[in-house]
Design a protein around this ligand. Structure first.
Ligand code: RFL
Ligand code: PHB
Length: 403
């Protein structure tokens, strides 16, 4: 058994783990990251594209913003459509100047990986059988296997940044946590292509054939999504079938401009709302997808991970550098307040924009529910105060500082 020691053991090298590691290191706090898969695999997962101002500021604070500031695109507005009707929400005007940044999760992750490597900070990729021990004590530790050797990592705190299927959340005894979950009766089929985006801002399309989203990564790379039944498989969808269906769901005048091409990546993601309460157990803190999942309709998943990271790095720095150990007790409450707002917004946008078919919801039959949602969506998109409500949440609610 090899012995290692650090101040913070971080489980998972996704965006949460890497950003936390970078911010802690900047404050002089030692950390080691353990990741189950290899770096290329982490970078092959095509996910988020929209970063809130709070996230952008945090990446700048971590000193890793150079490429994001050069290559990312600031979006001052976002579009929604209902069949052929288009509605623009002027984010900047409705939020006193706030905007979002279009820059892929893959790019942020690559930037953080490079910065970590350049700083010589330790990351164990392909670490298997990661297990957390004595997390409720003052001397927690983690064991794992790496290159056919067994390791023990002693630490002061553990950050569980290992996503929804990770090991950290499972370490919290079931009688001490409450898990809230809603699984939706459909998924999103995503396609990435080296084609120019169909529009310079995102378009979220509500359509009788189902939801669609026109997103982007750069002037030459597009990301599109279609709502699909959970029974569909990626193999069922040729590129041609995808483009045909997308054209039907986007407003006609937009669809006319769609440039199609071969897909670089295609995958189906199930949609889920999930929260684990509390997000802390002893010296273990859950961060990002390990603690909560949102359906992607509000572009909130990665952004909620970032606000958890902002809170955790501040309380851990105070506990470790200033000896203020009581400070960490605020972590879960601060995070959960913002998480529930993001959960509610994502759930609401998902309800308003998707076709729930014949699934009856909230005590109404499916037809009535669908009418309520049609009415709610068109009301919010045509009322100035309604648009302001969407804009305020889309750009992201403020972060709360620890006391
Ligand atoms: P991740 O990215 O899942 O990383 C967790 C890491 O932990 C590793 N791991 C382990 N390591 C060691 N031992 C174990 N036992 C381990 N088990 C797991 C994993 O290999 C992995 O590397 O979680 P993190 O860092 O919290 O980041 C969360 C984000 O990835 C996620 O919230 C977003 O991608 C959600 N999301 C979006 N968020 C936004 O804010 N804006 C968007 O526009 C947006 N679009 C999306 C999205 C997610 C999507 N999918 C596929 C779920 C679009 C899609 C389609
Ligand atoms: C994306 O570009 O992948 C994306 C953008 C906005 C969303 C979800 C996904 O709401």
């Amino acid at each position: 058994m090899k012995h290692l020691t650090t101040q913070v053991a971080i489980i998972g090298a996704g965006p949460s783990g890497l950003l936390l590691g970078q911010l802690l290191a900047k404050q002089g706090v030692d950390n080691v990251i353990l990741e189950r898969v290899n770096g290329e695999y982490v970078l092959s997962r095509i996910r988020a594209g929209i970063l809130e101002q709070g996230f952008v500021d945090l990446v700048r604070e971590a000193g890793v913003a150079e490429r994001m500031d050069r290559e990312g695109h600031v979006h001052e507005g976002v579009e929604f459509s209902i069949e052929n009707e288009r509605y623009r929400i002027d984010l900047k005007a409705l939020t006193a100047g706030k905007t979002v940044m279009c820059y892929g999760q893959t790019e942020i992750t690559a930037d953080l990986m490079n910065a970590r490597q350049a700083a010589g900070l330790p990351t164990y990729y392909e670490a298997s059988n990661v297990q957390l021990h004595d997390v409720a004590s003052n001397e927690p530790y983690v064991t794992f296997s790496f290159e056919n050797e067994e390791y023990r990592l002693d630490c002061q705190y553990i950050a569980g940044c290992d996503g929804f299927h990770g090991v950290s959340r499972k370490t919290i005894p079931s009688d001490l946590k409450k898990e809230h979950e809603r699984v939706y009766p459909f998924g999103w089929l995503g396609l990435l292509s080296d084609t120019p985006p169909v529009h310079d801002e995102l378009i979220y399309a509500k359509h009788s054939r189902g939801f669609a989203l026109a997103s982007q990564r750069s002037e030459t790379r597009s990301r599109y999504y279609l709502q699909v039944p959970l029974t569909d498989k990626v193999e069922d969808w040729s590129d041609e079938a995808f483009w045909d269906e997308l054209k039907k769901r986007l407003p006609e005048e937009v669809a006319q401009n769609l440039v199609t091409g071969p897909s670089i990546e295609k995958s189906i993601a199930p949609l889920r709302s999930f929260v684990c309460e509390p997000m802390q157990y002893g010296r273990l803190f859950l961060v990002g997808d390990a603690a909560h999942i949102v359906p992607p309709t509000g572009a909130k998943g990665l952004n909620l991970a970032a606000s958890d990271v902002a809170t955790l790095y501040k309380v851990l720095t105070r506990a470790i550098n200033d000896g203020d150990e009581a400070c960490v007790q605020q972590y879960s409450e601060i995070c959960l307040r913002r998480v529930w707002h993001g959960e509610r917004f994502s759930w609401w946008m998902t309800n308003m924009m998707h076709d729930f078919g014949d699934v009856s919801t909230y005590g109404t039959d499916s037809h009535t529910f669908s009418r309520f949602m049609d009415s709610e969506f068109s009301y919010y998109l045509t009322s100035e105060s309604g648009k302001a409500v969407i804009a305020e949440q889309y750009v992201g609610l403020p972060y709360e500082d620890p006391k």
